[in-house]
Design a protein around this ligand. Structure first.
Ligand SMILES: *Cc1c(COP(=O)(O)O)cnc(C)c1O
Length: 481
């Protein structure tokens, strides 16, 4: 299984070669040369597999340069009930991603797929925990080390730190805006005492943090001497790790071959729902893939009209589902590549248009018509919708959901069809977004036991001015490279 770039660069790469890299040399994203197919019989034979062994079966189809025994050991080390232990009472943690039925609505069974029981209470743990183990393995094999540099406003940074803590050969330098994250998120990150984790609290806003990461990455000499890498959402291994839970969700929601299931996915950078698209390309019987956005509705606009119009940073709203506050969807290019019948020349032109004209227009073209073949539909949700949906699920089903999942449930309800299970991906637990839960329900969200009192733990972080030169000096001092 080799990988190619969406923009046509044709030096094939193996899974391990692209594991630690970001973009392809031509600025495109990596995709496998062909999607592996899974037959209905194979799918049936997977019903009794543990999550870890299901992950092995799927990963092995995308990765042929890690020995089978090693890959199986890595998935078994990653997907254990001890790592994914924050489920609600009554949920089966042995499933890793428990499926909970809410009820029947408009004749359709409505489910939540719990993806947020990992160490940081958001679905990003599902892929990031595997990435930590894959990185450690690949670096040891190559005798290399890696210094991960990132910027976070919350979810991604903590998922990366919890995945990389204590890993040999890896250090994490994570920039966050000083005093701008919630007390809970700050405590989650800053209470880590592992010597390979460095929290840099930048005196500025999130955009300043991102600018510093860009400035450091553009210094190619520094980047290569300091072995700087990233773990952002375009990383292929992250996407493929997310494919696994679409299979698991399908297996849990069906009892025989060929039955169709729809998935609704709260979306920002399009990484999560892109994994659903890939599962469908592999032969998983998916009916609809429902893309749910918040007020930042770039993606909803595209699926409704065929017009992709990226927003400027100043046009991006700060919402109560902040992990979906994006102006431009970094994984979208992978899906558009398939939509264009994998025409790399045409794809490259469209994304040049994104850079020069701020978007592209596929309305009225055969490419836009193909969206229906791929089963995509969409919808958008606002703060009032989130509050109303959180209230409704609490009173109707006695379950508290977070704000992102609420966007998903709101939009899922607009696309139900009788007899077809609708699975909403639960992308975070409500404990992370207490303000909106308080607004909706007038009480605090329940907190998994492991998180009681984390705000009182000692914190380890360094305050820094918003200055790339000082961040570079800090990194060099701590890597000794
Ligand atoms: C990251 C995130 C999302 C968006 O996922 P994408 O893969 O970027 O589309 C949704 N909800 C939560 C809670 C997240 O952390």
């Amino acid at each position: 299984m080799n990988y190619k770039s969406t923009r046509g660069h044709d030096v094939p790469q193996t899974f391990s070669e692209i594991l630690l890299g970001g973009l392809a040399p031509d600025g495109g994203l990596y995709l496998p040369q062909q999607y592996p197919r899974v037959s209905a019989d194979e799918l049936e034979s997977w019903r009794k597999l543990s999550y870890a062994d299901l992950a092995y079966e799927i990963l092995a189809r995308f990765c042929d340069d890690i020995p089978a025994d090693d890959l199986r050991a890595l998935t078994r080390k990653t997907y254990t009930p001890e790592v994914y232990s924050n489920a609600r009472t009554g949920d089966n943690t042995a499933d890793i991603t428990p499926l909970r039925k809410l009820g029947d609505e408009s004749g359709a069974p409505l489910y939540l797929l719990g993806l947020s029981n990992g160490p940081t209470l958001a679905f990003k743990d599902m892929a990031m925990q595997l990435l930590g183990n894959l990185f450690e393995y690949a670096l040891a094999r190559a005798g290399q080390e890696l210094n991960i540099l990132g910027a976070t406003s919350g979810d991604t940074g903590s998922a990366a730190e919890y995945a990389m803590r204590g890993k040999r050969g890896i250090r994490v330098f994570m920039l966050s805006p000083h005093r701008k994250m919630s007390a809970f998120q700050t405590a989650q990150m800053f209470s880590l005492q592992d010597p390979n984790i460095f929290n840099l609290a930048v005196q500025g806003v999130f955009d300043d943090c991102q600018d510093i990461v860009k400035a450091v990455s553009n210094d190619l000499e520094f980047k290569s001497r300091q072995k700087i890498g990233t773990v952002n959402s375009i990383n292929w291994a992250r996407v493929v790790a997310q494919v696994v839970y679409y299979f698991k969700g399908w297996l849990l929601a069906t009892d025989g071959p060929g039955q169709k299931v729809s998935f609704c996915v709260p979306s920002g950078n399009f990484g999560n729902v892109c994994a659903g698209h890939i599962a469908r390309m592999m032969g998983l019987p998916i009916d609809k893939l429902v893309v749910a956005t918040n007020e930042n509705d770039v993606l909803d606009e595209f699926f409704r009209t065929g017009i992709y119009r990226v927003r400027k940073a100043a046009e991006t709203y700060h919402t109560s589902s902040p992990s979906m506050d994006i102006s431009k969807a970094s994984n979208f290019e992978r899906f558009i590549f398939d939509l264009l019948g994998q025409d790399a020349g045409k794809l490259a032109q469209l994304f040049r248009d994104v850079d020069t004209k701020g978007g592209f227009d596929l309305s009225g073209t055969p490419d836009y018509d193909r969206i229906r073949q791929f089963g995509f539909v969409s919808g958008r949700s606002t703060h009032d919708d989130r509050v109303a949906t959180i209230r409704d699920l609490s009173s109707r089903y006695g379950i508290t959901i977070d704000t992102h999942t609420a966007d998903g449930v709101k939009v899922a309800r607009e696309h139900l069809s009788a007899g077809t299970p609708m699975v909403v991906l639960e992308t975070a637990l409500p404990a992370k977004f207490a303000d909106t839960i308080r607004e909706a329900l007038g009480r605090e969200p329940e907190r998994p036991a492991a998180f009681e009192g984390i705000e009182a733990l000692p914190q380890r972080f360094e305050v820094m001015p918003a200055d790339a030169a000082q961040v570079k000096a800090y990194i060099a001092r701590h890597t000794g490279l």
